[in-house]
Design a binder for this molecule. Structure first.
Ligand code: PAN
Ligand code: ZN
Length: 183
């Protein structure tokens, strides 16, 4: 007799009794977007993104792996698309995989020297996020963007660097198409 898996994934969310869900609203994203006034003019209870997470081992377990999905709502603050906070890993040498499930987007990748590039995300695209590379995802379409992620259980998150210095580029809608504008 085969056992039922503890966790399954559908198009966008993980399901199972150990799944953790984290939602991020516009109110949580002070000073993240270039136009802070435009952010304040919008409903603060607007959902921007949610993450469903499966952590089969304790945070920090060497050799363990976490799995998650992220769904970013469509929308813009002025001409900047809804996006995630973005982070380096607290253990900077830890890498990660992302793969796009649904929608269209961009993955912004910045190394420690602040060199920046963006990869196009579309259903089936696979993205290797190298060590020491900050990562942020952006929904560039009018549908929700969902993607999967798998990362080491001891990677952790370093949001501070990004909160203070930001990324060295942003994705704006220019002439109806997403464009990476380097700062
Ligand atoms: C992802 C991200 C998720 C949300 O699971 O945590 O997409 O983005 P922020 O954490 O930047 O808000 C991941 O990269 N984990 O390491
Ligand atoms: Zn990460």
């Amino acid at each position: 007799m085969l056992q039922q898996p503890a966790i399954t994934f559908s198009v966008d969310v993980l399901k199972g009794k150990e799944v953790i869900t984290k939602s991020t609203y516009l109110a949580d994203l002070t000073n993240l977007f270039k136009n802070e006034e435009a952010r304040l003019d919008m409903p603060q209870d607007q959902l921007i993104y949610r993450v469903t997470l499966y952590k089969p081992v304790a945070e920090g377990t060497p050799g363990g792996l976490f799995f998650g999905t992220t769904i970013i709502e469509p929308g813009q603050i002025a001409t900047e698309y809804f996006m995630t906070r973005g982070h380096f890993h607290a253990r900077g040498d830890r890498a990660e995989y992302y793969w796009c499930i649904q929608g269209e987007g961009a993955l912004l990748l910045m190394d420690r020297k602040r060199n920046i590039r963006a990869e196009r995300m579309y259903p089936g695209s696979l993205h290797y996020i190298p060590a020491h590379t900050a990562h942020r995802t952006i929904n560039t379409s009018t549908e929700p963007l969902s993607f999967g992620a798998c990362w080491p259980a001891d990677a952790g998150y370093d949001y501070e660097g990004i909160a203070h210095h930001g990324f060295s580029g942003r994705i704006f809608q220019v002439d109806n198409v997403p464009q990476l504008v380097k700062l």
